[in-house]
Unconditional design. Structure first.
Length: 173
């Protein structure tokens, strides 16, 4: 879906691709360090954690997110740039500016998507896609960094990156 919508190969396109196929919040994606992109593992993924320039919304936000489809393509393109920050235009030594990223991305998307669709809509679309293939709700929550209700979900190690990867492959674009 993203490929024909955005025939560009630049930072905004990479950011949209990451959000679209991982369900990350814009601030999470815009604030990535290049070292957060783990491409040299059996299951390429993002190791999403706090750093000085970007905090995370909740404790559930700290997670490993498998890379598939366009998000894997974008991660490879980012790593080729050989920069400290994945998106140096939006994140520098002092802080991450997700508001600027939001304005730029929504401006680019506006003529290409339905009215009312914004960058955050891709996060919700990922959730809907996973529901459509009957992915269990707790796995959806783990992928997106949503807090799962209930005490039982706080115990154990959670789902493996391979399990999450298998579900994301089912909706790969």
């Amino acid at each position: 879906m993203i490929l024909p919508l955005l025939p560009f190969d630049d930072e905004p396109r990479w950011l949209i691709a990451l959000i679209s196929d991982t369900g990350m919040r814009l601030a999470e994606a815009a604030g990535l360090l290049s070292e957060d992109l783990r491409l040299d593992t059996e299951t390429p993924h993002i190791n999403l954690c706090e750093h000085a320039q970007r905090t995370l919304k909740t404790s559930s936000s700290q997670r490993k997110i498998p890379l598939v489809g366009m998000s894997l393509w974008a991660a490879k393109r980012i790593k080729e740039q050989n920069t400290d920050f994945a998106f140096p235009k939006y994140c520098r030594q002092a802080k991450c500016n997700s508001i600027s990223a939001s304005a730029a991305l929504n401006k680019r998307l506006k003529p290409r998507v339905p009215i009312g669709c914004v960058i955050h809509s891709f996060r919700h679309s990922l959730r809907d896609g996973l529901r459509a293939v009957e992915c269990p709700a707790d796995i959806i929550d783990a992928i997106g960094g949503w807090t799962t209700e209930g005490v039982g979900h706080q115990y154990g190690k959670g789902h493996s990156i391979e399990v999450m990867h298998n579900w994301l492959k089912r909706i790969e674009k």
